[in-house]
Design a protein around this ligand. Structure first.
Ligand code: C2E
Ligand code: MG
Ligand code: MG
Ligand code: MG
Length: 277
C-alpha cells in the first residue's frame, strides 16, 4: 500500500513538474518577441534623501505586459531570461532605455539625478559587457556619473574575480556601482569591502523587521555605519512605513526607496515628481 501511495505521489509531482516546465517554455517563447512587440517598458522608483526627502535618483525597473499573459512580474521572467540567454538582448534594451531617460532628464536640467539600472550577473559576465555600456553611454550622450549599475550581492560572489576586474573598469569609466539586496548572502563580508562599489542597498527583508526585531534593527544600523567607514552610500530598500524611515534616518541611512515614498512610476510621472520638488 505504501508503494502505491508513493507512486501516485510521484505521478502527481511529475505532472506538476511538467506543467511548470511547460508554463516556463510558453513564457520563454513569448519573451523572445517581447522587445520587438513593444511589450517591455521601464518604471522608475524614486530614491530620496532620508533627511530632506529630496529626490536623488530613480531605479529603473523592468515591466513586461505580455499580450498573451498580461503583466508578468520580473521575479518570474528575469530568471527565465537569464537561463535562456534572452537577458543579453533584454539587458541591452534596458540599458539603452534607462540611459535615454537619463539623457532626457539632463536636457530638462536634471543632470544631477542618478539612474540606477539592474544588471544580472550573467550580463556582467559577458565578454562584451563593458563595450556595451561604453557604447550606450556614447550614443545617449550622458555623463557616466549619472548611471549607477546595481549588481546583486549573492550572484556576484559566484564569480568574484572576473567580476572584480569588470567592476574596476566600470568605476574607472566614472560609472557608479551598487550592491543590491545586501544582507541576503552574508557569507563573504570581508570580500565585499574590497569591491569598488559606491552604494550598498540593504535588502527589504531587513527593513521589514526593523520595527519588530531588535537584533535585525541593530544589524541594519551596524551595516550603515560600517558602509560609511568604507565611504559607501547606503540605500534602504522597501521602506513602507514612516517609523522605518525615522529609524533609518536616525541611524544615518543616506537614501530611502520604497512604497512609503512612491511606487515605481512612469517616466512622465517621474519628471512631474522632480518638478514638484
Ligand atoms: P530589486 O532590484 O531589488 O528591486 C526592488 C524591488 O522591490 C522591485 O520589484 C520594486 O518594485 C520592489 N519594491 C520597492 N519598494 C517596495 C516596497 O516598499 N514594498 C514592496 N513590497 N516592494 C517594493 P520588481 O520591480 O518586481 O523587481 C523585482 C526584481 O527583479 C528586482 O529586485 C531585480 O532584481 C529584478 N529586475 C527588475 N528590473 C530588472 C532589470 O531591468 N534587469 C534585471 N537584470 N533585473 C531586474
Ligand atoms: Mg535593484
Ligand atoms: Mg534590491
Ligand atoms: Mg530585490
Amino acid at each position: 500500500a505504501a508503494k502505491k501511495n508513493d507512486r501516485s505521489g510521484w505521478s502527481f509531482y511529475e505532472t506538476y513538474m511538467q506543467k511548470e516546465a511547460l508554463a516556463k517554455m510558453v513564457l520563454r517563447n513569448n519573451l523572445r518577441y517581447a522587445i520587438e512587440r513593444g511589450e517591455l517598458s521601464l518604471k522608475y522608483q524614486p530614491q530620496v534623501a532620508a533627511g530632506t526627502r529630496a529626490i536623488v535618483g530613480f531605479e529603473a525597473l523592468l515591466r513586461w505586459d505580455s499580450a498573451e499573459h498580461g503583466p508578468v512580474s520580473p521575479a518570474a521572467f528575469i530568471p527565465i531570461a537569464e537561463q535562456s540567454g534572452l537577458i543579453y538582448d533584454i539587458g541591452a534594451w534596458v540599458l539603452r532605455e534607462a540611459c535615454s531617460f537619463a539623457r532626457r532628464l539632463a536636457l530638462n536640467g536634471h543632470e544631477d539625478i542618478m539612474i540606477a539600472i539592474n544588471v544580472s550577473a550573467k550580463q556582467l559576465a559577458a565578454d562584451d559587457f563593458i563595450d556595451l555600456v561604453r557604447n550606450t553611454l556614447a550614443d545617449t550622450g550622458i555623463k557616466p556619473s549619472q548611471v549607477e549599475l546595481e549588481i546583486t550581492e549573492s550572484l556576484l560572489m559566484n564569480s568574484l574575480e572576473d567580476a572584480r576586474g569588470k567592476l574596476n573598469e566600470l568605476r574607472s569609466m566614472g560609472i557608479r556601482l551598487a550592491l543590491d539586496d545586501f544582507g541576503t548572502g552574508f557569507s563573504s563580508l570581508t570580500y565585499l569591502w574590497n569591491l569598488p562599489v559606491n552604494t550598498l542597498k540593504i535588502d527589504k527583508s531587513f527593513i521589514d523587521l526593523i520595527l519588530y526585531d531588535a537584533a535585525k534593527a541593530k544589524i541594519v544600523s551596524t551595516i550603515i555605519h560600517m558602509a560609511h567607514d568604507f565611504d559607501m552610500l547606503v540605500v534602504a530598500e522597501g521602506v513602507e512605513q514612516e517609523q522605518q524611515l525615522c529609524y533609518l534616518n536616525e541611524n544615518c541611512c543616506d537614501l530611502i526607496q520604497g512604497y512609503y515614498i512612491s511606487k515605481p512610476v512612469s517616466e512622465t510621472e517621474a519628471i512631474n515628481m522632480l518638478g514638484n520638488h
